[in-house]
Design a protein around this ligand. Structure first.
Ligand SMILES: [Zn+2]
Length: 198
């Protein structure tokens, strides 16, 4: 059996996505072997993450500043909002250079089997942005084309059109891999899905 300190770290690592007992043990023994330098580097990075990362109060991106650099950028089109499920989806879309509007991060999508999760999503915040910006031209619903993504896009479309029926509501063109997260789609496919949105 391992010592209590080793076990504590193993248990903590096992809370990470896709990390089981085996992988957690490999990490811990890697650090014990690599010594203090590498462990301190990780400790500093985690400290900085806690200390500096804020939620953007406009789009719910994670950033060291609030508002985030995208929301603070005057050159972006603030009358075009692209709704994504998670923060890494922003990075994936930014890499394509196919979009110059702003974003809204829902922090998840509606789970058809568990409607309670809806309150945790940033839907109210999106509704407020739609209500407050009378010049809003377009909302792009860029969620994964799986069942939860489809449910969410249908719900949002109804909500938004209720507030302002003039807003153009689009979604990414077909061709993205079914059921996979946006952030795993390749740059060219994602860029063309954005450019050819329908
Ligand atoms: Zn922002």
């Amino acid at each position: 059996m391992f010592s209590p300190s080793i076990n504590q770290l193993i248990e903590s690592l096992k809370k990470l996505p896709s990390v089981g007992q085996h992988t957690a043990e490999r990490y811990v023994f890697h650090w014990l072997k690599s010594g203090k330098g590498e462990v301190n580097e990780l400790k500093d990075a985690l400290d900085n993450l806690l200390k500096n990362t804020k939620s953007c109060g406009v789009c719910w991106n994670f950033s060291d500043t609030n508002p985030c650099p995208i929301c603070a950028n005057d050159k972006r089109d603030h009358n075009q909002i692209c709704v994504v499920a998670a923060v890494p989806d922003i990075a994936a879309l930014e890499k394509t250079s196919a979009y110059s509007g702003v974003y809204h991060v829902l922090r998840g999508s509606i789970d058809g089997g568990d409607l309670d999760n809806m309150t945790e999503l940033k839907i109210k915040e999106l509704v407020k942005r739609v209500e407050q910006n009378k010049d809003l031209q377009e909302i792009i619903l860029a969620l994964s084309p799986d069942m939860n993504g489809e449910t969410t896009m249908l719900y949002l479309k109804k909500e938004i059109l209720n507030i302002n029926p003039k807003i153009k509501i689009t979604r990414l063109a077909r061709g993205l891999p079914m059921g996979s997260d946006l952030q795993y789609a390749d740059e060219i496919t994602l860029g063309s899905a954005m450019k050819n949105r329908v």
